[in-house]
Design a protein around this ligand. Structure first.
Ligand code: UGA
Length: 447
């Protein structure tokens, strides 16, 4: 099928590459000319495992192309995917201007009746507006709007898009369903689950999924707080909970909380949407509140360990909002660094991929070229992102370069027994601390 993709951000580009991988003829476009120039050379504007290789291959095999010329992108397209950003407005409501203007572009440049797919995460009701926009713009063509939310995770986006848990299609006509079944036939032929609903259900289901995942994280972070006060171990608690198939172990890792371009923004947007619909959902605000507390609790631990923060050197391992990405949007590591810097600490960060992006967001941050350089002369080290390379770190070497052997583990990556053996004072999240030096365990009133 001939498919146009409007917007080549994370979702759009993965959509382009995976549709082409399954044999469709895909043309991608973006308002950002520099991005399109880069993509035409087979290079991706952000790091996502496996994506650049796939884009390069599909470009060279001729199934994928990129252009800023909407006439050529839309020529003969049977389906157009709208994958543009829906950033938060000042009050958190989703800004849908890019969706509207993409709709206008699609209508103006379409050459035949077309199915228009809403892939961006949008509030329920957006499809109705999109339908009106398309029809008002062009009376001579028939547009059918479909909701087809994306469930891919950054860092695993290609794998998630090639082999999804489920494909969700919300439509309101048999023809639209038929067209979308055609788009996804290569997937369903391989056994992917296809769920068909009405449009509003599909739109709302996306928000429901993301809010529930965020809820799991905040729930275990709330339990972590209680565990810390009662000398219990939140990791073991998560294992116990996870052994119940009704609960499941995934997304029960306590730590610095969630970040990224989805959960923080989607939760607020969902809350605003519910309020607009006259439904009170204080649960959503509580999830976000617990998430903020996760960073605050870590700052508190550092304060308890170091007393004054002024001029203390603090090393951060990991700056991306999660491993396998260079994305620092709403990264808890950045939020943490911001508080530490504003309290006068010297903050030195290391991340395998996200260093430059972090520095652009937070110019006061110093960057180091490896974990040991970051830790050199540090009074405290905070593990912020659980990159695999940190799992095999040489703990003895790390301890030797630090000014004080203090580690706060914001992702429970290290094994407390290893930390004890290496002589660290170790503060994990929601687990008993390891405090070998009696001076460190002396109670300090009000600390
Ligand atoms: C999330 C969803 O997982 C995807 O299904 C969805 O498609 C996507 O949002 C989206 O709406 O586009 P993503 O933001 O890429 O994907 O990342 P996740 O893997 O969900 O992680 C989000 C955050 O939660 C990260 O900061 C991660 O460190 C944190 N997290 C995750 C925890 O703190 N604990 C956990 O147990 C799991």
């Amino acid at each position: 099928m001939r498919i146009a993709v409007i917007g080549t951000g994370h979702v759009g580009l993965v959509t382009c590459a995976t549709l082409a991988n399954y044999g469709h003829e895909v043309r991608g476009t973006d308002a950002d000319t520099a991005k399109i120039n880069l993509l035409e050379q087979g290079r991706t504007p952000f790091r996502e495992p496996g994506l650049e290789e796939l884009v390069e291959r599909e470009l060279s095999e001729g199934r994928l192309s990129f252009s800023t010329d909407l006439d050529s992108v839309m020529a003969d397209a049977e389906v157009a995917f709208i994958c543009v950003g829906t950033p938060p407005k000042a009050d958190g409501e989703a800004n849908l201007l890019a969706v509207e203007s993409s709709g206008r572009d699609v209508a103006r440049h379409a050459t035949r009746d077309i199915v228009v797919v809403e892939k961006s995460t949008v509030p329920v009701g957006t499809a109705g507006w999109l339908q009106r926009t398309l029809s008002r713009e062009r009376r001579d063509l028939r547009f059918q709007v479909v909701s087809n939310p994306e469930f891919l995770r950054e860092g695993k986006a290609v794998q998630d898009a090639l082999e999804p848990d489920r494909i969700l299609i919300g439509a309101d006509s048999p023809e639209a369903f038929e067209t979308m079944r055609g788009v996804y036939r290569p997937w369903t032929d391989k056994g992917s689950l296809l769920i068909e609903t009405d449009i509003a259900t599909a739109e709302l289901a996306k928000h429901a999924c993301n809010a529930f995942l965020a809820l799991k994280i905040s729930y275990i972070n709330a339990i972590a707080q209680v565990a810390e006060q009662s000398n219990a171990d939140v990791v073991a608690i998560a294992d116990v909970m996870g052994a119940d198939p009704r609960i499941g172990r995934a997304f029960l890792n306590a730590g610095l909380g969630y970040g990224g371009s989805c959960f923080p923004k989607d939760l607020v947007a969902f809350d605003r949407l519910a309020a607009k619909l006259g439904v009170e959902l204080p649960l959503l605000r509580e999830i976000a509140h617990i998430n903020e507390q996760a960073v605050e609790a870590t700052v508190h631990k550092v304060r308890e360990a170091l007393w004054n923060l002024d001029d203390k050197r603090i090393a951060l391992l990991g700056l991306a909002f999660k491993p396998e990405t260079d994305d620092v949007r709403f990264s808890p590591a950045i939020a943490l660094a911001r508080v530490l810097l504003s309290n006068g600490a010297v903050v030195v960060g290391y991340d395998p991929w996200a260093g430059e992006n972090a520095k652009a967001e937070l110019p006061g941050l110093e960057l180091a070229s490896d974990p040991y350089a970051a830790a050199t002369s540090a009074h405290c080290l905070i593990l912020c992102t659980e990159w695999d390379e940190f799992r095999t770190i040489d703990l003895d070497r790390l301890r030797d370069v630090m000014a004080y052997p203090l580690v706060v583990d914001g992702r429970n990556l290290f094994d407390p027994t290893d930390m004890r053996r290496a002589g660290f004072t170790y503060y994990p999240t929601g687990r008993p601390a390891v405090v070998p030096d009696p001076a460190d365990s002396m109670p300090v009133p009000g600390a």
